[in-house]
Ligand binder design. Structure first.
Ligand code: AN0
Ligand code: CP
Length: 315
């Protein structure tokens, strides 16, 4: 594999999930593979899981990770061509990306959506410019429109916990005081479209995601109806896509509660984390034995390790 920008960069999701489950049993099996290779992890936004699990994954493969909080400590980058750089941007991505490629073999990037400029976000300006100018493999650690490393970890986790061949999986919107990106939901949907499952998305009217992502996936506006007989409930907030970046509803009605979980088939509760307790989900649900959020976070290591292994094998 050359780049990992989208879940569809994987040849075969089911096979990749199995590879990850095998790697989890013997995480150091390929510790020679990445020897002498360096990965730069560039963070334009905050992170806990991605930052630690990707470093751990790289180290398990014998690689040397270098982490940079680019958003806080790097020069402000210009992405537009032919511009007179006499404002606040100090460096052009053309130089920055090429310079970074002098120091590493793979570059991984976290650059969230602006949620103000839809066109730029949809164009994946940061990721695509790094891809264009760095000339080395680029890994998406949550971009404007996707978080495929999370989606692969979610697929691994569902494979570990599913008890029937074709589970019912519900992606439910939940309230949040701040405008959050669409990336996690987008990649989860793209991943679910590759699975043999009964998949339902539920959210208030007006919170429709990009139709180019949701395609033919089922949308049910009645959350309780959607939850009926679910085997997995994945909860996530996102801001409006249509009224780009707006928070239109912020009432507790859509929070996931114990009562709502009673409608399900003893469903497992999933969330990518970080999560706001008693806003997105009640303590009762996240602290219950059906909550698998910590295993999802654990699987971020094996998701990253499987992806990095595939890239290293093709370097
Ligand atoms: C981010 C988001 O919703 O995209 C990161 C999730 C992995 N969450 C927050 O900003 C709280
Ligand atoms: N789930 C996830 O990507 O977490 P972080 O934002 O903490 O990396």
């Amino acid at each position: 594999m050359n780049h990992y920008l989208n879940i569809n960069d994987l040849d075969n999701l089911q096979q990749t999930v199995q590879e990850a489950i095998e790697l989890k049993k013997q995480p150091l099996k390929f510790e020679e593979l990445g020897k002498g290779k360096t990965i730069c992890l560039l963070f334009f936004n905050n992170s806990l899981r991605t930052r630690l699990s990707t470093q751990k994954a790289a180290q398990n493969l014998g690689m040397n990770p270098i982490v940079m909080n680019f958003g806080a400590e790097g020069w402000q980058l210009e992405y537009e061509d032919g511009i007179v750089m006499n404002q606040n941007k100090s460096e052009h991505v053309k130089e920055a990306a090429k310079v970074i490629a002098q120091y590493c073999d793979i570059v991984a990037i976290r650059a969230f959506a602006s949620l103000t400029d839809k066109e730029k976000d949809l164009a994946e300006v940061v990721l695509n410019n790094f891809k264009k100018y760095a000339g080395i493999p680029v890994v998406n650690m949550e971009s404007a429109t996707g978080h495929p490393m999370q989606a692969l970890a979610d697929a691994i986790t569902m494979e570990e916990y599913k008890v029937k061949h074709k589970p019912k999986v519900v992606l439910s919107w939940a309230p949040h005081p701040k405008a959050l990106p669409h990336a996690v939901a987008n990649s989860f949907i793209e991943m679910m479209q590759l699975q043999d499952a009964d998949f339902v998305i539920t959210h208030p009217e007006g919170y429709e995601l990009d139709p180019n992502i949701t395609k033919n996936s089922v949308i049910e506006y009645d959350q309780k109806k959607a939850l009926e007989n679910a085997d997995f409930v994945y909860v996530k907030n996102w801001s409006s896509f249509k009224e780009y970046g707006e928070v239109m509803i912020n009432n507790p009605e859509w929070m996931l509660t114990g009562d709502k979980m009673k409608l399900t088939n003893n469903a497992k509760f999933m969330h990518c984390l970080p999560v706001r307790r008693n806003v997105i989900v009640t303590d009762e649900v996240i602290d219950s034995e059906n909550s698998i959020v910590i295993e999802q976070a654990n699987n971020r290591t094996y998701s990253a390790q499987t992806v990095l292994k595939k890239i290293l094998e093709d370097l």
